[in-house]
Every structure is written in C-alpha cells, then in structure tokens.
Design a protein around this ligand. Structure first.
Ligand code: ADP
Ligand code: MG
Length: 212
C-alpha cells in the first residue's frame, strides 16, 4: 500500500511547502499515525524503531504549534545524548528553513557554558538538549520554561537507562500543566509507563512494530 501524503494533514501552508522543497512527500507509518493526533493537540506516546521518522513527526508537531511572533521558549525537546540532540536540532531547523524565523537552541552537556549562557540571553523559540545541562541552566535561573506549551521526551527509554529520572522530574515540574506532552521511545519498559502517568494527560498511543 502506498504511504499517505503529507497533504492529508492540516499543516500550516508554509510548513507544507517547505516539506515539498525538502522532497518529503509521503509519511512514514509513525508519522501517518501520530501527526493527526499531534496536530489536534493530544498527548501522544509513540513507539517505533530508530530511523522510522519520529523526529520529523514531533518536529512538525512542534513547529505547527509555534507562535513565531512570541519570542519565548515554547517547546522543549529532551534527548539522551548530545549527538541525538544535535540531530534533532538539525532536523527541526531543516523543517523550519525558509519558512519561519524560528530560533532553535541546543543545550547539551560536555559543551562550554559561556556560549550557551550568551545564547540564552538572546532567547529562542525551541530548546533541544540533554537533561543534566538543562536542569543546571534552570537551577541557575538562566532558562525559563513558563511559556513552554510543547514538551517532547525523545528516546525516553534511553534517558531513563542513563539515570536521568531525577533531572527529568526537576525539569518538568516548572512547566505549565496546560501543555502538550509527547513521548517517543523505541522500547516500553514499565518505568516509562509510570512517567507517562505522571506527566501526561489521557495520552494516545501509537505503536509501529517494524521499520517502514
Ligand atoms: P527516528 O527519530 O525515528 O530515528 P528520523 O526522524 O531521524 O528517525 O528519520 C530518519 C531519516 O529519515 C532522517 O534522515 C529523515 O530526514 C528521513 N525522513 C524522515 N521522514 C521522512 C519522510 N516522510 N520522507 C523522507 N524522508 C524522511
Ligand atoms: Mg529519533
């Protein structure tokens, strides 16, 4: 069966045009199943293998909900490693390229603080980073999450394996409850179920068994 086209979605026109110019025409299964829910503002738990297109799914969801005129951190994407955070930031910038004047800031451990502090002073719409470093910027009050309306936990299983539970709790606590929470993971250990119960509201589940 032919994969469905992005044109089936009610995406902002400029975002849709940009997808065409990137040669993204048909959705992967996890995109086709999760994007309608994401665009409705639902909380979503999505399980699908690496390489199945999860970043594009939540990246589009985040961008579709962004108010570019409001220069505040509106979306926070948490990733287990710097490499993954860099990949996510690159993909989101690509999706937003030439469309919006969207500022994406990466905040990862293992990087010097100075440039991150400077960038935080300038501001951003979307922050992508690793939990330890984000927690630290929060603690030092360099980062405010009070305007975040979309929270994404990418590779949640790996973040838990790496012992980020306490950091995740500290980061999520100050984010307004009135938000969309998205949890993407390749596997579904019981610990994730517990987190989901605590931080999400009536999540919809999307499971894609095999890579497309
Ligand atoms: P995951 O997060 O599930 O590991 P990614 O979102 O990183 O997967 O996607 C894997 C690769 O597939 C990326 O290089 C991305 O650019 C590409 N890709 C994702 N969705 C599409 C699509 N609908 N059409 C074409 N390429 C896509
Ligand atoms: Mg991914």
């Amino acid at each position: 069966m032919q994969n469905p086209s992005f044109s089936q979605l009610t995406l902002p026109a400029d975002l849709y045009e940009n997808l065409k110019s990137l040669d993204y025409h048909t959705m992967t299964p996890v995109q086709a199943q999760s994007l309608p829910l994401l665009l409705e503002g639902k909380d979503v738990i999505a399980q699908a293998k690496t390489g199945s297109g999860k970043t594009v799914a939540f990246g589009l969801g985040v961008l579709a909900r962004l108010d570019v005129k409001k220069f505040r951190v509106q979306a926070l994407v948490l990733c287990p490693t710097r490499e993954l955070a860099d990949q996510v930031a690159r993909e989101v910038r690509k999706l937003a390229r030439g469309v919006h004047n969207v500022k994406v800031l990466t905040l990862c451990g293992g990087m010097p603080f100075g440039p991150q502090i400077g960038s935080l002073e300038h501001g951003a719409h979307i922050v992508v980073g690793t939990p330890g470093r984000i927690e630290e910027h929060l603690r030092k009050e360099r980062l405010s999450l009070e305007h975040v309306h979309t929270l994404v936990l990418d590779e949640a299983d790996r973040m838990l394996d790496m012992g980020f539970q306490a950091s995740l709790d500290a980061i999520i606590a100050p984010i307004p409850r009135q938000r969309q929470t998205l949890l993407f993971s390749a596997t579904f250990p019981e610990q994730i179920e517990k987190i989901a119960n605590n931080i999400m509201q009536r999540p919809e589940r999307v499971t894609v068994e095999s890579p497309q």
